[in-house]
Write a protein that binds this ligand. Structure first.
Ligand code: H2U
Ligand code: ZN
Length: 352
């Protein structure tokens, strides 16, 4: 039975129906609390309605910077690639710097940062999304993620590799062509650093991996499971912030995509396809999201409790055109959600 501390008393969540009242839940990976207001889902909406993005796209778009054979914004021509294609971002936010510099003026602190940014085209087919690709095609993307992590992580000046995808104009994607990005840093970025600290702390406390323990809870309780296969599990995490946020985890302890064997990678491809299918079916639209991987930092420090995973952060709340805004209370106080993670999981489970 689930137990939590409420004003100093240890209470079971079931016996108080806590999860149907206004309550807050703790994010195991960041320590942050999210406010849950289950009664609020019926409030009327007269705010911004997003455009429903056009569904039909050509297989090859002569004006697309990412399609095979086309020239990119900087003038370089893409090869006629047949599977995945990786290139150095023409407008990279990070650059490889040969020297480091720090600045300290009293309280003010700054330091140089070195790194590099790449773009990964998932497929030559302009009209596809990751979830619409074949399992073989998705597996090729996973193998590309693994090789990018390995080659970049092997560099002595790279200590973290962040792989992500912004999908849909609502999430700032610059093109519908299926693609993602890799940013490799000399330092460990904030989100990964927080997750590393919480996973390290749990391992130091109990000698077990935090996310292995979490997988066990979710498989036992099953109320937040969206889809699973032999190797992977997708859940709406107990502490989800975005309405239909999901966390995709290997069931076995894996620190990186590279450590997954061939069957594990096929399982990852299958779950990515399955979760995308449910997302796209939920509001009958190509679901916008930011999706990304958290993998072991590549600074050579041993972290036995680090478990790789993917986060999906989709902004849609009620329909293809009504999104969740992280404003007001979220910006000034903390994250808040209306629909409970359990209901979101149920809706995704049955979608499509
Ligand atoms: P987003 O769709 O998530 O913005 O990613 C596309 C990236 O592709 C973006 O970072 C890069 C942009 O800088 N890009 C190029 O490097 N060359 C181009 O010709 C177009 C876009
Ligand atoms: Zn294209």
């Amino acid at each position: 039975m689930m137990r939590s501390m409420v004003r100093g008393k240890c209470v079971s969540t079931e016996s108080t129906s806590l999860l149907w009242r206004v309550h807050r839940r703790r994010n195991l990976l960041t320590g942050e609390w999210v406010l849950v207001s289950p009664h609020r889902t019926q409030r009327p909406w007269q705010g911004q309605i997003e455009k429903n993005e056009a569904a039909s796209l050509p297989t090859h778009d002569p004006s697309c910077y990412l399609c095979p054979g086309n020239a990119r914004a900087g003038g370089v021509k893409n090869p006629n690639y047949a599977e995945t294609f990786v290139f150095d971002n023409d407008f990279a936010a990070l650059r490889l710097e040969s020297s480091t510099q720090t600045l300290q003026h009293g309280l003010l602190q700054a330091e140089s940062e070195s790194g590099l940014c790449r773009v990964i085209c998932y497929s030559p087919a302009h009209h596809l999304t990751l979830g619409q690709m074949t399992l073989t095609g998705i597996r090729a993307v996973i193998d590309t993620w693994a090789s990018q992590y390995e080659t970049l992580g092997d560099r002595p000046d790279i200590h973290a590799v962040t792989i992500f995808e912004n999908r849909g104009a609502m999430m700032g994607a610059s093109s519908p062509h299926p693609h993602g990005q890799v940013w490799a840093n000399q330092t460990i970025p904030n989100e990964l650093a927080r997750e590393v600290a919480f996973q390290d702390a749990h391992f130091a406390d109990v000698g077990r991996c935090l996310l292995c323990d979490y997988v066990e809870i979710e498989l036992e309780r099953r109320e937040r499971v969206v889809v699973e296969n032999e190797h992977f599990l997708a859940v709406v995490p107990f502490w989800a912030t975005w309405p239909f946020e999901t966390l995709v985890l290997p069931k076995s302890h894996q620190p990186t995509v590279s450590t997954l064997n061939s069957e594990g990678r096929d399982g990852f491809a299958a779950i990515l396809k399955a979760i995308n299918k449910r997302y796209d079916a939920l509001f009958a639209v190509t679901f916008p999201y930011t999706m990304g991987l958290h993998q072991l930092p590549t600074d050579g420090i041993e972290r036995a409790g680090f478990h790789m995973h993917a986060h999906f952060y989709p902004p849609l709340l009620r329909s293809a055109t009504v999104r969740k805004f992280m404003v007001g209370y979220e910006m000034l106080a903390g994250p808040q959600r209306d629909i409970t993670p359990e209901i979101a999981a149920e809706r995704l489970r049955t979608a499509g």
